[in-house]
Design a protein around this ligand. Structure first.
Ligand code: ATP
Ligand code: MG
Length: 883
């Protein structure tokens, strides 16, 4: 079976068991503050298990793009060194949300593996949770009883809490799990050592392929467990490992999932994979063919490489790959970007998003690669300097903080430093490096330190209702809250059962406003400074100590947003939509959203486009948007439209954004602007008033950014510009033609500069004549030591060089006081410098002591500056004594 068939067979099998097949969520986790990237199949369903939402079906199956390179699951360091851990991999999964349980999960898993994929039964082992006395959870008898007739007792392994008890987090749903492992060793090895003893022992050919999790408990904050009202199934099977098993290989990289990229690498490097002669070349090919997947799919899903957070993780993965190619495959020109095409083709029917952004992703990677290769080169130079100076000192270890500097400032990886050092007979202080790294981590942890209490529940509620599309004010109850210590003081996070406050999302800032309530016949009020969202939970942020009182009384509060601010936000959001449509008309349909931010002041928009947007194009976009504003198009808002229907209608969706099954459509004239959007918008475009760009620039390779303002802000901006203009007019005494007046001024200025230059030159010529008259003639050289009056330091050089052309065997030492700053220069005719070993650089350094300064240069000409002009005479006196 090909990998395509294997994936399809999984989905078909569960479809036949009445599962709804859903698409993979984007690789980049946008809505979950505890995750940067989706790292398991269940991540996109978390809210269903937490009771914050209802699944579209009680049975779901899919293949999910996962990335395990940070946080709880980080396999990065193993990737390439072993043959079955990847950074990005596909997790095949089937779920039951309060529907079937262990019996179906177990029998179906077995049926699929042995009947559809025909994996040999005598090579499969399963594990069952042995129980945990401390938690008071018994041995999973139910799973045991289900497995026993299927696999036989001797193929079941008991597992402890670490391997066989799954928990969503410190609190929340959890339960025992059952893993399925496969032994892929040759028969002769199996005969010698039983596979059972190798399960969970890091053997590369005895690996876990599938994990079946049975959620039946909930962990409370005091760490006690209570049974869940309904039980769920969550399974995850590593697709690449499954392919290895079905295709009867001993490494994931030998399957058709990776062979395409490996073959390209063979061609590029001229090395053969698996030849065994250069183990690091094999590792490098595995690293690269793995990493390109992570990098390409992350960029596709909207995560560009950058210097912070998730962007930095992607940049590091990219650099790891490029460096392995550089060091072990001799690939010293950009090559990584070439692999995008291979992947885009391979996945064109599975994850279509890569094919449709192929050119963009390729360009981004190429630019990153180029810049990293430059970094590598400057790092190599820096390393040469370090090693050079150690040689002089007779030390053979590179200090930890130097290794750290190389990695931190030059992005120069530690193992590469160690490798190069070793080649040159040096070693690196690993421990010292670790210390420096730990110190830095500590610093950044302290910077980010935030301490939150548990959520404190005040009353039951079925989730949060957002009413802000229709109301500015609601009567609400506080359902829970927590306090969070931040660097700027303590914050309250308040969750209401219903709210008009929009929580920051989709680029739109959160609302601000007030909560009001009555206590002891008195009106109280607290200011809300922001509204945010974690998973599907909206919370209002406040620093108002007043709130303690509201939390005590737990009565009704009136939640009211700052309407004026919201109106300005609405204008900016609707203008962003109009602008995107106008951009597509003017620049082309390739324009895709790569990031967006808008508040009550400005709108900022990042988009894929490969060249600067010209002034003329900007003007045309601006004109088009303003035209649509003047048309005063009435907003057409449609809620709860099934996603497929929306897409079929031609609505614009953003890559990497996860949409629910039902979406909201924002339409300003269906033939113009038609978008999926959860934000708030003006009732008709006329409200926007006016739209004006304020900047255009590049963010990174292939991504441009524009900023614009609307309404009052635009007016304010125009006023400011007008004021600046008026001030300039005043300064120029109100000329009739301002531009002409400024041009005249500039012309005059350059004419004056020319005159000054020529006067200065005349002065130097006069000076030269008087100096020549004072020339001291000696038998082997001609000497001038003189304090001169020149306009700038360059004149000393000019003077020396011009005299050289007129006087043989010249030695000239000048001192000058240039606007209070003393300057010295020493000139020694080249032939004299060579014959006598006299060195102008050394001499000027010595003389500079008199003016409290320093300098240097070449053997025949050198200069110095200082801070004490009163020492000039002494310096010149000293110079006279030298010759
Ligand atoms: P392992 O112990 O092998 O790292 P795990 O216990 O971390 O696996 P789970 O979190 O249970 O794995 O994930 C479910 C399945 O996903 C595993 O059975 C395995 O097939 C697959 N899997 C997990 N991590 C990776 C990875 N880094 N690369 C490829 N497949 C993986
Ligand atoms: Mg793992």
């Amino acid at each position: 079976m090909t990998s395509h068939q294997i994936r399809q067979a999984f989905l078909d099998f569960f479809r036949s068991k009445e599962h709804l097949i859903v698409p993979s969520a984007p690789l980049v986790a946008k809505n979950d503050p505890t995750l940067m990237f989706n790292n398991s199949g269940m991540a996109q369903f978390k809210d269903y298990f937490l009771g914050n939402g209802t699944p579209p079906s009680r049975r779901i199956a899919d293949t999910q793009k996962c990335l395990r390179v940070s946080g709880k699951h980080n396999d990065l360091e193993d990737v390439g060194f072993d043959t079955y851990h990847h950074t990005m991999f596909e997790m095949l999964g089937n779920w039951s949300f309060g529907d079937y349980f262990k019996k179906e999960a177990i029998t179906w898993a077995w049926e699929l593996l042995t009947e559809v994929y025909k994996l040999p039964k005598d090579r499969l082992y399963v594990s069952v949770f042995e129980g945990d006395a401390k938690d008071g959870v018994p041995f999973d008898q139910e799973a045991w009883d289900l497995w026993k007739p299927i696999v036989g007792e001797d193929r079941i392994i008991l597992g402890n809490k670490k391997d066989n008890f799954w928990e969503m987090g410190d609190t929340g749903p959890c339960g025992p799990c059952s893993e399925i492992h496969i032994d892929l060793r040759p028969a002769s090895d199996v005969a010698e050592i039983s596979g059972k003893s190798l399960v969970n022992n890091d053997h590369p050919q005895v690996v876990e392929i599938w994990n079946l999790v049975f959620m039946q408990f909930e962990r409370k904050a005091d760490s006690s467990l209570i049974p869940l009202p309904s039980t769920h199934v969550d399974t995850g099977m590593g697709f690449e490992r499954l392919c290895m098993a079905v295709q009867n290989k001993t490494s994931n990289y030998d399957t058709d999932v990776f062979q395409n990229t490996i073959q390209v690498l063979e061609t590029l490097s001229g090395k053969k994979y698996g030849a065994g002669e250069e183990p690091f070349a094999d590792i490098a090919m595995r690293v690269i063919s793995d990493h390109i997947r992570a990098v390409a799919f992350a960029i596709t899903d909207g995560q560009l490489p950058s210097n912070v957070k998730a962007g930095y993780v992607i940049r590091r993965i990219l650099r790891r790959a490029v460096r392995y190619g550089y060091s072990y495959l001799g690939l010293q020109e950009p090559f990584f970007y070439k692999l995008v095409a291979v992947l885009a083709d391979q996945f064109k029917d599975v994850f279509t998003e890569l094919k449709s952004q192929e050119e963009f992703v390729t360009r981004v990677i190429l630019e990153e690669e180029k810049s990293f290769l430059r970094t590598l080169e400057s790092g190599l130079k820096r390393l040469d300097v370090i090693i050079g100076s150690l040689k002089v000192k007779g030390i053979n270890t590179i200090a930890g903080d130097e290794v750290f500097e190389l990695s931190d400032t030059f992005g120069f990886p530690v193992d590469l430093t160690a490798l190069i050092a070793r080649e040159k007979g040096f070693q690196v202080d690993e421990l010292g490096f670790q210390d420096a790294l730990a110190a830095q981590k500590k610093r950044s942890r302290q910077d980010a330190a935030k301490e939150a209490t548990d959520w404190i529940e005040l009353r039951e509620a079925d989730g949060v209702e957002f009413l802000g599309y229709d109301f500015e004010e609601t009567h609400s109850h506080i359902i829970k809250y927590r306090k969070v210590k931040t660097k700027t003081g303590e914050e309250y996070h308040i969750v209401l059962d219903r709210t008009p406050f929009y929580a920051e999302m989709g680029g739109q800032v959160g609302d601000t406003g007030t909560l009001r309530w009555a206590a002891n016949g008195e009106q109280k009020v607290a200011t809300i400074i922001d509204t945010k969202k974690e998973n599907d939970l909206f919370f209002h942020i406040s620093k108002d100590k007043n709130l303690d009182d509201a939390l005590q009384s737990a009565g009704i509060v009136v939640a009211k947003i700052d309407e004026e601010r919201r109106d300005r936000i609405k204008s900016n959001h609707s203008a962003t939509h109009l602008m995107l449509s106008a951009m597509r008309e003017v620049l082309g349909t390739h324009i895709g959203q790569k990031g967006s931010f808008l508040n009550d002041e400005v709108l900022r928009f990042d988009f894929s486009h490969f060249s600067k947007v010209t002034d003329d194009e900007l003007k045309r976009i601006e004109d088009r948007v303003n035209e649509k504003i003047r048309e005063n198009i009435v907003l057409e808002e449609r809620r709860n439209v099934p996603i497929q229907q929306a897409l079929d209608l031609g609505a614009t969706a953003t890559f990497g954004e996860k949409y629910g099954d039902f979406v909201r459509l924002i339409i300003f004239d269906p033939s113009f602007s038609f978008e999926l959007c959860g934000g708030t918008h003006v009732p008709s475009t006329g409200k926007i008033g006016v739209f004006k760009f304020i900047s255009e620039g590049s963010v990174s390779a292939g991504v441009r950014r524009v900023e614009a303002v609307t309404g009052e802000k635009a007016l304010e901006l125009m006023r400011q510009q007008e004021e600046t203009l008026n001030t300039i007019k005043d300064l120029l005494k109100n000329p009739t033609d301002l531009v002409k007046a400024v041009e005249n001024l500039l012309d005059e200025r350059s004419a004056l500069q020319k005159r000054i230059a020529s006067l200065e030159n005349e002065k130097i010529q006069a000076l030269k004549t008087s100096l020549l008259a004072n020339l001291e003639k000696h038998s082997t050289f001609n000497l001038i030591v003189e304090k001169v009056d020149v306009p700038n330091a360059d004149s000393l050089k000019q003077l020396s060089y011009e005299l050289r052309d007129q006087v043989e065997n010249l030695i000239a030492v000048f001192g000058a006081d240039i606007a209070g700053k003393p300057q010295l220069s020493v000139f020694i005719a080249e032939n004299i410098a060579q014959e006598t070993g006299l060195n102008a650089g050394k001499i000027v350094k010595d003389l500079a002591k008199e003016i409290r300064g320093g300098g240097g240069g070449q053997a025949f000409f050198a200069t110095a500056g200082g801070s004490d002009a009163s020492g000039l005479d002494a310096a010149l006196e000293k110079a006279k004594g030298l010759f």
